[in-house]
Structure formats: C-alpha cells, structure tokens
Write a protein that binds this ligand. Structure first.
Ligand SMILES: NC(=O)c1ccc[n+]([C@@H]2O[C@H](COP(=O)([O-])OP(=O)(O)OC[C@H]3O[C@@H](n4cnc5c(N)ncnc54)[C@H](OP(=O)(O)O)[C@@H]3O)[C@@H](O)[C@H]2O)c1
Length: 335
C-alpha cells in the first residue's frame, strides 16, 4: 500500500510516496480503517520541513479520516462501514492533560495517516460526525478539536461572550464558526481584506486588518466599548501576545495555542496581572473531548471550511500552498 513519508532530515523535497506492507486484520481491541482524507496543520508542516526532527521514513499527517473495514475481538464501539476520525493523542482518553510532547502523536512521534490503511487500537479513533465527508471529518482531529477545547471545554463559551480570533487559518476559522454557533460575538483579524470579507460571510461581527492596524489590541477595546473580549484565540505567540493582553477584558481568558510568530519573547507581565486574565496554554484535546465535539457537530450547525484539496501524492504541493499563507480555513488531502 501507498504511504507518504518524509526522509531525514526533512524538507518538502524529501517527501516520498513509499510502498509499505499492508497492516493486516485487526487483533483484539483494534480496528482496520481504510483512510481517505487528511488535512494540513502548522504542526504537520513542521514535521515535513524537519523542524520537529521526526524519524527517517515517518508517515506524515496527524489528521486521518476513513471507514472501518473490520473490527477485532471485543470492539463494540465501531462496526464495519462506520466513518471514523483519528485522535491527536491516541493515549489521552479522558481527564486532565498529562502528555507534554508529541512522542505518541501520529505523523510526529509515531506514523501518521498519509497512507491507505491502518490497523490500530479502536481507542485511537472516534466516530465522524453524521453527514460529514471524510475530508470534512479529517479537519477535526487537530484544528477543530483545539478550537472546541479552548472555547467550549476550557473557556466555558456562552451566548453573549465576545471572542477574538487571530488570522484566518484552520484553528481561527473553526473558532469563528464555533463562537457563532454558540451565540457569541466575533472579532477576527487578518492580513488580507479579502479574507476579512469571507470571514464576515461566515458571521464575523467585526474585522481588523492587523497589517493596517498594528495596535489592534486598542481597536478591539474600542469595538467592545472599552471592556475587551472574553476570549482570545491566540495562535500568534510572542509577536501577538502583547496586543492580545491589551485586547482581553479584565478577568478574561487567553487561549495560548500557536507559535506562528516564534517560540519565545517578552510578555507584558504587569499588564497581564492587572487584567487578572487567565493565560492558558493547551495542546489539542482528549478523545472524550473529541467525542463531545463530534456529538455537537452531529446537530449539523457547522461545516468545516476547506480552502483547497490535494491528492495524496501531491502532499508536498499542499504544504507549499500552506507555506504561501494564501489559504482561508483548512487545506485538505483526499484519496
Ligand atoms: N496548541 C494546539 O493544540 C494547536 C493546535 C493547532 C494549531 N496550533 C498552532 O496554532 C497556529 C495556527 O495553526 P493553524 O493550523 O490554524 O495554521 P494555519 O492554518 O497555517 O494558519 C495560518 C494563518 O495564521 C495567520 N497569521 C499568521 N501570522 C499572524 C499574525 N502575526 N497575526 C495574526 N494572524 C497571523 C494568517 O492569517 P491571515 O492570512 O488571515 O493573515 C495565516 O494564514 C500554529 O502555530 C499551530 O502550530 C496549535
């Protein structure tokens, strides 16, 4: 069977289509899945380009969706024909987070889902939402669940809250959609006026071009009558955190998710303290959280926004499209 692997030390020209042995039938507690889709995340790009120092020949991609072909002895949660979606932390089933790294994350510490078939413990998957295509389901593992956990699980998002989403990438567009679904008001930033228009079409209430308005924290305060926002979906990291601290309300919540502007920098600690804001780092979520997220999506209120779709063999091209940062929402891969 076909698998897209990256050769050490990484690089988009070092992604190869390799022939791998079929994973075979499922043993007790396992399921065999015919995979059909994945989606790109900043993390996958890091693995592909060598930034995460993945093993030579690692099968890429944390996100995977497909159909169950066979179930092993003792598996009651799934049946052949069920549509399923993979879990970012296959070992984190429920409860408080305990895993501080990516050593067991598919497509990084272990082989991922850019391949035709896998046979894995049933607990490495959840059902896909009713009516979702494989491509849509494949956007949930990383970007979707991160936005869900931040806003709904950790943030207790409720109608009337105001959410600030930074940029129009995968996590931020899910945050926009979930916030609107929950009856919240959304302010979103982007480097592109055209993308801001598209965000308005999805329900964004206010938009800010962060290139034209570098002091966007002050603009957010203006747009909220001086109060600030309840939630900041912080995907920028050090380059955006000072503005995010300026934008959050007293007692609000900054969900520290991303590192798009770098890995370290200065934090205006006195302002953060004065804001009495919660600054919380998080990495994706547990399988139980994914099941809750899927149940919410079964209601049909949200469809993932997919910018462009590539074939499995075109994975390097898909990553180049991601590097170009012209995308809005998710980039998909389908086979
Ligand atoms: N902690 C977690 O669990 C978790 C999970 C998923 C992702 N992440 C992280 O979150 C970040 C975003 O991931 P993603 O998959 O959503 O990425 P993505 O789809 O590649 O999004 C990239 C977008 O971010 C926006 N952006 C870049 N620099 C920005 C800045 N200075 N200010 C505001 N927006 C900026 C741009 O939007 P515009 O083009 O509109 O300007 C860009 O298109 C990454 O750092 C990723 O590693 C973390």
């Amino acid at each position: 069977m076909k698998a897209m692997v990256v050769r050490a030390p990484g690089g988009l020209d070092r992604i190869e289509c390799a022939e791998r042995p079929d994973p075979g039938p499922p043993g007790p507690g396992a399921i065999r899945v015919a995979l059909h889709a994945s989606s790109l995340n900043f993390h996958d790009l890091g693995v592909a380009t060598g930034g995460m120092r993945a093993a030579d020949g690692r099968v890429l991609m944390a996100d995977g969706a497909g159909v169950v072909e066979a179930v092993g002895e003792g598996v009651t949660e799934f049946a052949p024909g069920d549509n399923v979606v993979s879990c970012f932390f296959p070992d984190w089933q429920d409860g408080a987070p305990t895993i501080p790294d990516f050593s067991r994350t598919p497509g990084d510490g272990i082989d991922g889902f850019a391949q035709e078939f896998v046979t894995l413990p049933a607990t490495a998957f959840t059902h896909a939402p009713r009516g979702f295509t494989h491509l849509e389901a494949a956007t949930l593992t990383t970007a979707g669940l991160t936005a869900w956990r931040a806003l709904v699980e950790d943030g207790g998002l409720k109608p009337g809250d105001t959410v600030l989403a930074l940029g129009t990438g995968g996590v931020s567009i899910f945050a926009l959609q979930l916030a609107k679904l929950a009856g919240a008001r959304v302010i979103i930033t982007s480097s592109s006026g055209e993308k801001l228009e598209r965000a308005r079409d999805l329900g964004a209430d206010e938009t800010i071009n962060y290139r034209e308005t570098p002091e966007w924290g002050a603009r957010v305060r203006e747009l909220t009558g001086g109060r600030g926002v309840d939630h900041v979906v912080e995907v920028g990291g050090p380059g955006t955190l000072p503005q995010s601290i300026g934008a959050v309300r007293v007692g609000g919540h900054i969900h520290l998710i991303g590192v798009l502007t770098g890995r370290g920098g200065e934090v205006p600690t006195a302002l953060l303290m004065a804001k009495q804001a919660r600054l919380q780092g998080l990495i994706v979520g547990s399988r139980r959280q994914q099941r809750d997220f899927v149940r919410a999506l079964d209601g049909g209120g949200l469809r993932p926004v997919i910018d462009r779709v590539f074939a499995l063999e075109e994975l390097s091209e898909a990553f180049r499209h991601q590097e170009g940062a012209g995308h809005f929402g998710k980039i998909g891969v389908e086979w």
